[in-house]
Ligand binder design. Structure first.
Ligand code: PLP
Length: 460
């Protein structure tokens, strides 16, 4: 039995995982029992993952929407190695800096929307959104409007898992029983026509969803509202692409009531939509913009907040310490990896390729495979982010009673067929590495079609 040692290693890791490791977003009951246990991923290359038993999977999710340049990039490992030998760590507190974060800030300033020219660093998307909460409140205090403390966000938004970022988010399971949202965090309807649009056209509904923000501002009082935050395309909430005109109206409303506009580009940034940032795609000119994930393609943890000239001017004019920061703000090795990652994205033209070639290829392939499928209510997306919404009744846009059950069945078929595609409620979501080829996209869609057909058969 040549594979016995492999089996034993897998069994050992599963056992250690079960006994000593608490994984995030996991129902620990599911890990009980000798046969149950986590899948152990040991290696990856390009868009393929390999588990501890040598099985290969197509990674339709780029990890957690982050491995934009794909796996196995030696340039990124070498950048980390060089920086770790030179200066593995030093802090950026108290008027100190190191070369990688300042170099990276210049690069980001050139890529971000025009009015964003400064960058504040953290290690996760959650931290960057916590920074937004602190910085927005600090800004309004400096402006002599300290009562501007409230934040508006949307149902189904995902902005992270810390107390403040989960309060910004609009996911009920992350809030119920946790004392969240914290006071001062409000939620309005998302621009999700498929679920909330009723008889309105997508455009009409987009205007209605934007006006919900205005109504909330007026309810709270504009003098009390610090900021509105939104992902340009809502990712973890189910790849919700807003109808045309939505962001223009949101922007108009934020300007009218002097409410800061925050774009959470943690998923959309660094080429995912075929633009460096989706703010470009929707004409959003944010006051603050959060970034993570694709900034290093996930090779090391790093996040960033782009800060507008208006906010920086207030910080400079009024002075006083901004009492906020993280030990790893501007981590030199993470920033060095980010710089090498930007080099790859630029040299390989991954943003343009996503916009002109692979993005349209994925969207067309999904429409061709699923527009007429009886189980599919809607195919939506842009660039290399997409969702295939599974529904009980296509004609009336009706979901199954227990949301997520059918998505779970399909996701399990996907794993069994060696493709990682996540289910958000009953929407199958895709966000592959930007290095994916048209042939790999075709293979992924063929496997997904097979799995959706199998799901339909399971439902009888
Ligand atoms: N914002 C968005 C839009 C996200 O999708 C995520 C994570 O998926 C976050 C913030 C939180 O990032 P992190 O998990 O790095 O804290």
């Amino acid at each position: 039995m040549t594979d016995t040692p492999v089996r034993n290693t897998t069994a050992r890791w599963r056992d250690l995982d079960r006994r000593h490791h608490l994984s995030p977003f996991t129902d620990y009951r599911d890990l009980k029992g000798a046969e149950a246990g986590s899948r152990i991923i040991t290696r990856a290359e390009g868009i393929q993952l390999f588990d501890s038993e040598g099985e290969a999977f197509l990674d339709g999710m780029a990890g957690l929407w982050c491995v934009n340049v794909g796996y196995g990039r030696k340039e990124l490992a070498e950048a980390a190695y060089r920086q770790m030998l030179e200066l593995p760590y030093y802090n950026t507190f108290f008027k100190t800096a190191t070369p990688p974060p300042v170099e990276l800030s210049e690069r980001l300033a050139a890529l971000m929307p025009e009015k964003l020219n400064r960058v504040f660093y953290g290690s996760s998307g959650s931290e960057s959104n916590d920074t937004v909460v602190r910085l927005a409140r600090h800004f309004w205090k400096l402006e002599g409007q300290p009562e501007k403390q409230h934040f508006i966000s949307r149902t189904y938004a995902y902005h992270g898992s810390t107390m403040a970022s989960a309060s910004l988010g609009g996911m009920t399971p992350m809030q119920e029983g946790f004392g969240l949202p914290l006071p001062g965090f409000h939620h309005v309807v998302p621009p999700y026509w498929y679920d909330f649009g009723g008889d309105l056209s997508p455009e009409e509904f987009g205007q209605k969803a934007a006006r919900a923000i205005e109504e909330k501002i007026l309810e709270i009082g504009p003098e009390n509202v610090a900021a509105f935050i939104g992902e340009p395309i809502m990712g973890a909430g189910g790849v919700i692409v807003p109808p045309p005109g939505y962001w223009e109206e949101v922007q108009r409303i934020c300007r009218q009531y002097d409410v800061l506009l925050v774009a959470d580009e943690v998923i959309c940034g660094f080429g995912r939509t075929g633009h460096w940032f989706a703010s470009e795609l929707f004409g959003i000119e944010p006051d603050l913009m959060t970034m993570a994930k694709g900034i290093t393609s996930g090779y090391l943890p790093l996040s960033a907040v782009g800060v507008s000239d208006r906010i920086v001017e207030a910080l400079l004019r009024e002075g006083g310490e901004f009492a906020h920061g993280y030990t790893y703000s501007g981590h030199p090795a993470a920033c060095a990896v980010a710089l090498a990652n930007l080099d790859i994205i630029e040299k390989e033209g991954l943003v343009e390729r996503t916009r002109n070639e692979t993005g349209p290829h994925l969207q067309q392939a999904l429409h061709a495979a699923f527009d007429d499928h009886p189980l599919v209510g809607e195919v939506r997306g842009t660039g290399l982010i997409a969702a295939v919404e599974l529904v009980k009744d296509k004609a009336s846009r009706t979901h199954w009673e227990k949301l997520g059950r059918v998505g779970g069945i399909c996701r399990d078929h996907c794993f069994a067929n060696r493709v990682v595609i996540r289910a958000v409620r009953d929407a199958m979501v895709l966000s592959p590495p930007l290095v994916i080829t048209p042939a790999e996209i075709d293979e992924m869609v063929v496997r997904l079609k097979h799995c959706i057909d199998a799901t339909a058969r399971d439902l009888g």
